[in-house]
Design a protein around this ligand. Structure first.
Ligand code: BGP
Length: 473
């Protein structure tokens, strides 16, 4: 028998500043690395950008009213660093603080709990220019100072803070795949930048504690759990490599303040291990999270990969043409292969609710932390017909994942809440506007903003019932 969701379970939905706000150069906002990156032709799908996005900056009251109509208990959004500090540090832009103050107050008016992400990838360009952003230890102090401004301004009303969103994703895309800014492809620099991001994350959590602010704080991690393709010993080891490489390498540092030994040894052998100073370990151990934020979309299946095998240089599917993803992996460590038991989306992401249960159980058992699911959802083409959007696939996806959460709760995992990705449709970083995730359809093409009218999808009403019945429907 399944254990019911707790009475104060946070049924929520999520977004990120760059993906919804627009107003990229208004009211004193400074440039972010994404504002710059999208100017270069060919960096995103059909050159889509967040200059206007879905204009949440000007329409947040309309969006929050829709959240209230749906009955949301929580809304996770991120703060644009360069809206608060146009140069990344120094003078505060009061209009930036005003915007988020108004947004928070508007949410609270309807009893919607704000969950605030401090960093969702839009690094101030000024810091990239000055010292190469995440590659310099100077960012630790600047990121902490920025976070303290937010704690001072909003912690009277915010109870859950997300420090870094998907460090594993912005670091790997930024420094290995070259598909996010600063679009570097250099593993040595990647592991250095990653280590510095770990220190910055810990420093912010430490500052939160030392400041005596109320509430809880933790990072959001993009956990893609992996399964061995079969029980061949080489595939079992490949899957162990993948688990260390893609999951423990980050979460162990957040929680235990140290890297998994086997992975570190591998990086040392390759000459790409980060420089770890003796004082770093102290800082990491002082900045451990209150909860683990979990972003879950899909699982992967793993096989062994010889030293001259596939790398991550193959084509990724950013267009929605099913079956166009090429095999990828780390030579000598692992590669990803198809799972015959799982369906895939048009972007070749597996649909695997059981994978969410696996993540929840593993986080709970390995780290003994409560979990806040900060993202989960289905990206698809949706069609607007007579003002309606029949997104049954999304309903099925979310429904099966809610069941998996309940199973994990029954297994003994403490789950604080569930934020679907996303509330309104929004910009997908590399996949443009045609890949939609929202409960609310926004009428917008890749390169034409239309009138950005909002339409409630079928899933909007479905989730309304889920919230109303506290997960019983
Ligand atoms: C996560 C990000 C989100 C969001 C989501 C969907 O990695 O935190 O910002 O974009 O993935 O991914 P995509 O837009 O690539 O489909």
């Amino acid at each position: 028998k399944l254990v019911p969701f707790s009475k104060n379970f946070l049924w929520g939905s999520a977004s990120a500043a760059y993906q919804v706000e627009g107003a990229w150069n208004e009211d004193g906002k400074g440039l972010s690395v994404w504002d710059n990156f999208v100017q270069k032709p060919g960096t995103t799908f059909k050159n889509s950008n967040g200059n206007v996005a879905v204009d949440h900056y000007h329409r947040f009251k309309e969006d929050v009213a829709l959240m209230a109509e749906q009955g949301l208990k929580a809304y996770r959004f991120s703060i644009s660093w360069s809206r608060i500090l146009p140069n990344g540090k120094g003078t505060i832009n009061q209009k930036g603080l005003d915007f988020y103050n108004e947004l928070i107050d508007e949410l609270l008016k309807y009893d919607i709990e704000p969950i605030v992400t401090i960093y969702h990838w839009d690094l101030p360009q000024a810091l990239q220019d000055e010292y190469n952003g995440w590659e310099s230890r100077e960012i630790i102090e600047d990121f902490t100072a920025y976070a303290k401004i937010l704690f001072d301004a909003f912690s009277d009303r915010v109870r859950h803070w997300v420090s870094l969103n998907e460090q594993n994703v912005f670091i790997m895309h930024g420094y290995m795949l070259g598909s996010h800014p600063p679009a570097v492809q250099n593993l040595k620099r990647m592991y250095e930048a990653n280590h510095i991001a770990n220190l910055a994350n810990a420093s912010v959590i430490k500052a939160f504690r030392e400041g005596g602010y109320p509430g809880k704080i933790g990072p959001s991690f993009a956990y893609t759990p992996s399964y061995p393709v079969d029980c061949h010993p080489e595939n079992i080891i490949a899957n162990e490599n993948m688990a260390d490489y893609s999951a423990h390498f980050w979460m162990d540092v957040y929680v235990y303040g140290r890297y998994p030994k086997v992975m570190l040894t591998t990086l040392e052998k390759m000459g790409i291990a980060p420089t770890i100073l003796p004082t770093d370990t102290d800082l990491l151990k002082q900045g451990t999270p209150d909860f683990m934020g979990l972003n879950y979309y899909q699982s992967v299946t793993i096989a062994s990969n010889p030293l001259d095998g596939v790398s991550f240089s193959g084509k990724a599917n950013y267009s929605g043409e099913k079956g166009t993803t090429q095999e990828a992996g780390m030579p000598g460590l692992f590669k990803m292969v198809s799972n015959p038991y799982l369906e895939k989306t048009n972007w070749d992401w597996t649909i695997d609710p059981n994978g969410l249960r696996v993540c929840l159980r593993r986080i709970s058992s390995r780290y003994n932390l409560p979990v806040l699911i900060t993202e989960n959802g289905l990206g698809e083409f949706d069609t607007l017909e007579d003002g309606k959007i029949h997104d049954n696939e999304r309903i099925n996806y979310l429904h099966s994942h809610c069941l998996a959460i309940q199973e994990a709760i029954t297994d003994g995992v403490e789950v604080i809440g569930y934020c679907t990705w996303s509330f309104t449709d929004l910009l997908s970083w590399l996949n443009g506007y045609q890949k939609r995730y929202g409960f609310v359809y926004v009428d917008r093409d890749e390169n034409s903003e239309k009138e950005l009218k909002r339409y409630k999808k079928d899933s909007f009403y479905w989730y309304q019932q889920v919230i109303k019945s506290n997960g019983q429907s």
